[in-house]
Design a protein around this ligand. Structure first.
Ligand code: RUB
Length: 323
């Protein structure tokens, strides 16, 4: 058999995810499912085994882009497990159909989750956000649609400033926004009714893995008595953590934090190995600092999320893209 041919759309989607032109756990999952559907639609192979091999390699290419958001492997697994049939055209049809179902369910889950999360928000509340989470924003959107008026304090979220995307969306919806320097959050928490964040992964013990800075914010919020709400579709539940695996925290490039020019200002050369820069993209918030995880299946105290994980995933997690 010749080497599987990967569609350019899969390659470009993988590059966009790795370089964060496509980012945010739900958006990444949606793009990955779409890329697998494109691979299936545009295949040139006539042999069913070759089709399966192509899809597996395409899934692996997408999988290897970023390690922390479990929505990515969960999406790939879901689509590949729907690939069924004896002929290439049957395999194409089932894969494309499965990807479409996945994308539809993803959108529906976010809308349902938004309505659940909105129930926690009261008219006049002030919400503090971190990063840019479409699941968290769905809660705010649903609350606004229910006629509640809200204000937001939006953390910038250095080094990539995804808070600016949140601020822009909230202004579009007419929500008054205060854009806040990350380090100032504790000072403003006494004006806040809820901390509302998303998640890239949720572990079986209820730990929440989200954009770096979330855990510090949650600790401060607990100290100030401000409830911390995590908005996360069930696609963010990390099945491997049920069998003791930990979630890999992505370490990103130094140049996102310190460029060559800044290195020179600090007084070191770009190749000075004795000035190390650490740029973890995510951190882990322990369940004791989280009040509620809001999903499309309802709201859960973090410690009970494992029951939902067992319902959804059982105990097994093989990888369909492994040869
Ligand atoms: C994004 C991030 C978001 C979660 C949830 O990180 O941490 O809070 O992915 O987003 P990055 P959503 O910008 O590094 O991808 O709710 O949209 O899935």
């Amino acid at each position: 058999m010749t080497a599987p041919e990967i569609d350019p759309v899969v390659e470009s989607t993988a590059a966009d995810i790795a370089e964060m032109r496509i980012r945010g756990a739900a958006t990444i999952a949606d793009a990955a499912a779409e890329a697998l559907a494109t691979q299936a639609r545009r295949t040139n192979v006539t042999d069913p085994e070759a089709f399966r091999a192509e899809l597996r390699v395409a899934a692996r290419t997408l999988y290897e882009t970023r390690p922390t958001a479990v929505s990515l492997p969960n999406a790939l697994r879901y689509v590949l497990r729907g690939m069924a049939g004896e002929t290439v055209s049957q395999l194409q049809a089932t894969t494309i159909e499965q990807a479409e179902v996945f994308q539809r369910d993803l959108a529906d889950a976010q809308a349902t989750l938004g309505e659940v999360g909105a129930n926690r928000l009261r008219d006049g509340d002030v919400v503090m956000t971190h990063c840019h989470s479409t699941d968290a924003l769905a809660c705010i959107e649903a609350a606004l649609e229910a006629g509640k008026s809200l204000e937001a304090i939006v953390r910038e979220t250095r080094p990539r400033n995804q808070g600016h995307i949140t601020a822009s969306q909230l202004r579009e919806w007419g929500v008054p926004v205060t854009l806040l320097v990350d380090n100032a959050a504790r000072r403003y928490l006494d004006q806040v009714d809820h901390v509302l964040v998303g998640a890239d992964s949720i572990a079986a013990d209820g730990s929440v893995i989200n954009k770096i800075g979330t855990s510090g914010l949650a600790v401060c919020a607990r100290e100030r008595g401000v409830p911390v709400m995590v908005a996360a579709q069930t696609i963010k539940l990390h099945p491997d953590t049920m069998t003791g695996h930990t979630v890999e925290i992505e370490m990103r490039a130094e140049h996102e934090v310190v460029g060559d020019h800044e290195r020179t200002e600090i007084g070191t050369e770009p190749d000075d190995e004795d000035l190390q820069v650490e740029n973890p993209a995510f951190d882990v918030t322990p369940p004791r600092h989280v009040d509620a995880i809001v999903t499309e299946r309802g709201q859960f105290p973090p410690e009970s999320i494992v029951t939902l994980m067992r319902d959804l995933f059982g105990e097994t997690t093989g990888e369909p893209w492994e040869p």
